[in-house]
Design a protein around this ligand. Structure first.
Ligand SMILES: Nc1nc2c(c(=O)[nH]1)N[C@H]1C(S)=C(S)[C@@H](COP(=O)(O)OP(=O)(O)OC[C@H]3O[C@@H](n4cnc5c(N)ncnc54)[C@H](O)[C@@H]3O)O[C@H]1N2
Ligand code: MOO
Length: 405
């Protein structure tokens, strides 16, 4: 098998994933706001109106003319009431005030609000303190957003505040990238569904739950396919079937050098390999290609390899297919203990990340070695990204961390 890059540096693999994803960016769809949460925005949004749309009161109280507040105590005639809702068109004249509630439009003539707690009612007169600053408790039209402001950018993830901002501008729907449909395969004759009994040599399938959970946490609705047996014909039929119906096919296992590792050959014969094998640990045998209408990500079978390759590269593929240009947050933490790495591959090392008493983010590496040791992932909350090349990192050095819990 030749004709494709192999043994790549992690960054080169990431660049290929991003490039292929960009070439297969999914089409847009316009959705009602309530369905856009967690989606990637496909077109910028400019404000069709100002926020606030009109001058309004920030507090419950009385709208007054600041020019009337000449003495320590001022008695004003109560000319009307303006509650939050339609503007009544009240005019506040000299020596007058209007009862007002939070969010109510400022009546014409008034420029300042005296809060209710500082005013006294005396029949149809209201006594207010003169020491109120001009414009107090008034929220000015456009102070948050001006008409025409660029408020949301294409490629941004729609967080609840962003969807809410669109709602506050009266926008009922947004163009977003379609979410990739994903088929998830586990493979191996040794695998058994939890709940069934194990014969000697068999183990329970843990990767399916791992992958389904990771994908769901990223807002996708993956489909779990029946487990693949270690049979090349069955692998071929299932992958070709999925590849013509899904945007993304994710497999785990059967991508390294064993006699039963059929996925690379099937991908090469019926599709195209973009790369195979990345200089990373765990996850070295990672396979990436295309088949029919699908991108195919062949994750190595060891559970920690599945986890690290999905978080570091699989997620970049999912983001890229949706045109997400907003980078995910990069976090850094100080090492609690030294790391001595002799091999040249980039390593993703399990760790507990916490904020210490001085507000410093710290990472305590988990000593577990081996990509079969899933428990150490469950006990940890982050992966430390140990850079390419042999590394001797002292305690206190700053490393990049990928937090997942
Ligand atoms: N001669 C070589 N042997 C191996 C190499 C290599 O380069 N040359 N690479 C090693 C590395 S690194 C990894 S990682 C694994 C990856 O192998 P595969 O992707 O072919 O995966 P399998 O052999 O099918 O499985 C590996 C391991 O993971 C267990 N597994 C698989 N699927 C599941 C699942 N759904 N749930 C739980 N556990 C699963 C499987 O039983 C194996 O123990 O290869 C090394 N070998
Ligand atoms: O690189 Mo493999 O993914 O460690 O066990």
């Amino acid at each position: 098998m030749t004709g494709f890059p192999t043994g790549l540096l992690f960054d080169d693999a990431l660049a290929i994933v991003r490039e292929v994803a960009a070439q297969h960016r999914l089409e847009n769809e316009t959705l009602a706001l309530s369905r856009t949460h967690g989606r990637v925005l496909a077109a910028e949004l400019r404000a069709p109106l100002a926020l606030p749309p009109f001058d309004n009161s920030a507090m419950d109280g009385f709208a007054v003319r600041h020019a009337d507040l000449r003495d320590a105590q001022v008695s004003l005639h109560l000319a009307g009431e303006q509650y939050a809702g339609r503007a009544f068109g009240i005019q506040v004249g000299e020596g007058e005030c209007v009862r007002i509630t939070t969010g109510a439009p400022m009546p014409a003539g008034a420029d300042t609000v005296v809060i209710k707690e500082n005013a006294q009612s005396e029949g149809d007169r209201i006594v207010v303190p003169g020491e109120t600053s001009f414009g107090a408790n008034v929220r000015k039209a456009g102070e948050d957003v001006a008409v025409g402001d660029l408020v949301l950018h294409a490629g941004q993830m729609l967080t609840p505040p962003r969807v809410s901002l669109a709602a506050s501008l009266g926008v009922p729907s947004l163009a977003v990238a379609r979410k990739p449909t994903v088929a998830v395969f586990t493979s191996g004759d040794e695998l058994v569904e939890p709940g069934l009994s194990l014969a000697p040599g068999e183990i329970y399938d843990s990767n399916r739950e791992l992958l389904m959970g990771l994908l769901r946490a990223d807002g996708l609705e993956p489909t779990a396919w029946p487990r693949l047996p270690d049979d090349p014909r069955a692998v071929e039929i299932a992958l070709r079937d999925a590849a013509c119906a899904f945007d993304l096919v994710i497999t785990c296992g059967a991508v390294s050098a064993g006699e039963k590792d059929h996925i690379p050959a099937v991908l090469e014969q019926f599709g195209q390999i973009h790369f195979w094998k990345v200089r990373m640990k765990p996850g070295m045998p990672l396979l990436f290609g295309s088949m029919d209408q699908a991108r195919v990500l062949g994750l190595p079978g060891n559970p920690v390899s599945v986890f690290a390759t999905y978080l570091s590269l699989g997620r970049a593929l999912v983001d890229g297919l949706q045109g997400r240009s907003e980078p995910r947050a990069v976090e850094r933490a100080q090492l609690v203990a030294p790391i001595d790495k002799a091999h040249p591959r980039r390593e993703f090392m399990r760790a507990q990340v916490f904020c210490d008493d001085h507000g410093v983010l710290r990472a305590d590496p988990n000593p577990a070695v081996g990509s079969h040791r899933l428990r150490a992932v469950a006990d940890s909350n982050a992966l430390i990204v140990v850079p390419d090349g042999p590394q001797r990192l002292a305690a206190g050095e700053v490393v990049e961390v990928l937090r997942y819990a």
